[in-house]
Design a protein around this ligand. Structure first.
Ligand code: ZN
Length: 296
């Protein structure tokens, strides 16, 4: 059984501490994964505070957000402009590539994308993608080979703008199988590799799931014959939940699972189906999330 392993890196702190932690862990377990980097300003603190509504407060308490993210993330960009991650921590991104991991583009400004995508037109989307890809290209000395939107916030406009880049695939939604997206009747050539499993913050504290049984829960969701794609966060599994995640890797490998970068699934491209991407709400996450859906 193969598990596509995707690491989302949303913040300065996640890049600085979580990424090196995960690189070391992956080296110990002989794993290569896909890392999706946010490279522009880190304003994620604004995102987290903005969500201080009763429902989100409950989630913050449920997932113990200060433990998960740290106070520096919660304050980042709130009182002063956030630091530019790529300018300051490019060496960490390069070291991740040098360690053999697949490097993808996540965002220019994670916060701005998450809260603004509904109002962004083609030009704003293109500008945001271009700015981030340009900086990541400068850091890597080559363009990133793939991309994944922040917070699974994708729409048809985003798909059309992404088609102008040289991404071999994108991972912008939740779903069950690899597919070519259809936009306005046209099949795009960049396949989508959806995330199939829930993230830590979505399920922790719900339905009796705690740190004691979280790993078992995720292991129980794996599909021996289907597509398995797990998204972890440099800020969470790379820092606060590092020990627990190490145990997860050990248990999964002992059950015969092999972790691969998402691009490793692309060899079988003839079998990909065609689907559309639609917004849906999912348990444990605020607002809408892009999901794979059957063509009507
Ligand atoms: Zn993210």
């Amino acid at each position: 059984m193969r598990i596509g392993l995707r690491v989302d890196v949303d913040t300065f702190r996640g890049t600085r501490y979580g990424v090196p932690n995960l690189c070391k862990l992956f080296a110990d377990f002989n794993i290569t994964a896909s890392f999706f980097f946010s490279v522009g300003p880190d304003n994620m603190g604004r995102h987290l505070w903005r969500l201080f509504r009763p429902k989100f407060l409950k989630k913050m308490l449920r997932s113990r957000a200060t433990k998960l993210y740290g106070w520096d993330i919660l304050l980042r960009g709130v009182l002063w402009p956030g630091p530019n991650i790529g300018e300051k921590l490019g060496h960490i991104i390069r070291a991740t590539a040098d360690a053999g991991h697949e490097i993808g583009f996540h965002s220019w400004d994670h916060y701005a994308w998450q809260v603004g995508i509904d109002k962004m037109g083609n030009d704003a989307i293109q500008k945001s993608l271009k700015r981030g890809v340009a900086l990541l290209t400068r850091i890597l000395n080559r363009p990133p080979s793939c991309s994944a939107v922040p917070a699974w916030k994708c729409n048809d406009q985003v798909l059309k703008e992404k088609a102008k880049f040289s991404f071999t695939y994108n991972s912008d939604c939740r779903g069950e199988s690899i597919f070519f997206p259809i936009v306005e009747g046209e099949t795009l050539s960049q396949p989508q590799i959806p995330v199939t499993l829930p993230t830590y913050d979505e399920v922790i504290g719900c339905n009796g799931i705690s740190d004691h049984n979280y790993n078992d829960y995720i292991l129980s969701l794996l599909q021996p014959k289907g597509l398995n794609v797990l998204a972890i966060h440099a800020e969470v599994e790379g820092i606060a939940c590092l020990k627990m995640f190490e145990q997860f890797l050990r248990e999964a490998q002992s059950k015969g699972a092999k972790f691969i970068p998402l691009g490793g699934f692309l060899t079988d491209s003839l079998r990909f189906e065609r689907s559309v991407i639609i917004p849906k709400t999912i348990a444990g996450r605020e607002g809408w999330v892009s999901c794979q859906a059957a063509v009507q």
